[in-house]
Design a protein around this ligand. Sequence first.
Ligand SMILES: [Fe+2]
Length: 438
Amino acid sequence: MAYERSVSADSHRLAPESVWHLQMPEIRFGRDATEELGYQLRDLGVGTDARGLVVTDETLVDLGHADRVEASISEAGLAVDVYDGSQREPSVQDAADCIEFVRDRAGEDGYDFYVGLGGGSCIDTAKVTRAVVANGGRPLDYVAEPTGAGEPIERSGPPLVLMPTTAGTGAEISPVAILSVEEQNIKEGISSNHVRADAAILDPTLTTTLPPDLTAKTAMDALGHAIEGYTTHEYDSLLRAEDPAERPVYAGRTPLTEMFSEKAIDLLSSNVRTAVHNGDDLEARENMLQGALFGAIAGLTAGASLCHAMAYPVGNRYHTSHGETIAVLTPASTIDYNSGSDPARFADVAELFGVDTTGLTNREAADALKAEYVQLQRDLNVLPSGLHELAGVTEDDVDWLARQTVETQERLLRCNPRPVTEEDVRDVFLDALHNWED
Ligand SMILES: [Fe+2]
């Protein structure tokens, strides 16, 4: 493997990375952009006699969002079926159910196009479905070994357009789909540029129906992407890949990702209270959706770090939602622990977050950021006070969680801006048990 952290490589072997790269779906953003879905599909080459599938869930059908999406497709002269069986935090079996629906209704070759409508769960179900139908077999064939067969995804398949109804996960632009493997109590990602959508349509009018708790949880995930992306290592602190195809998906922060992080932290931190407490405020919803998109462009390109690494074992063991887990872990991990790597950078985050840093040292500004972040969570009124309240985690559980983090999340940990040992992770978990008095 050509990549090692420069801090751990022999200096005479260093050949720093000098190239960065950004790959994104086509992006269409704004109020009532849903009405342009039909046009978007035709623009992607979908023919007039085509039939497609909308992958969504029952709630979004009941709310009428699926009808709006269907209408836009029909008005473009295209035929469409709807699959409303997507499940929250989908399992391998949930994805297999959608794939079976496709093969039953449309044959082995599947539909002519796919639309994923919903939160990260619906979107990931749509991504896996298109990929597996186009490449054959079943989801586990494409999950990394030893859980799956680790087969490469060789083709993208017909056009896929993703439409998020939450402002948070970034799944609409990412090259990854996450599935839980129930027998083993773990989550695995299917990761390939062929999994990435052809287009994302982000319409804030689809997000006003999201209830306060989901609005808060998904916002904390988006903030995590923005802050972790802003504070991770720089792209040129790694060795240059011998083959561009080996450049990692999470390649470090670049001038482009920094710009998106800065705007994302500002938009998300200054609009989340309004979006949670007054969900009909379309301007706040629009700002949140934009902030989440920018956070994803930054964080899912530069890369997540310690907080996301720690979140996976927690989610696997306690079945907590991703955003809520990120929310309780961020103060101790991303802010407290990682700010030791570069306090000046965290002072910048504090300013973007709206903290008055006048007269503060960088260290004091980082501490003020932590206090403000925790205050924000308390103001939202729907988030747990720490890992203890979230899932009943106690001091007795942190050894197991720390070991799991170190053993299974090496990919994220090796790019953390501050080196991490199992003992460090244990201490961060202990800190995260209580962010404030229950
Ligand atoms: Fe995330």
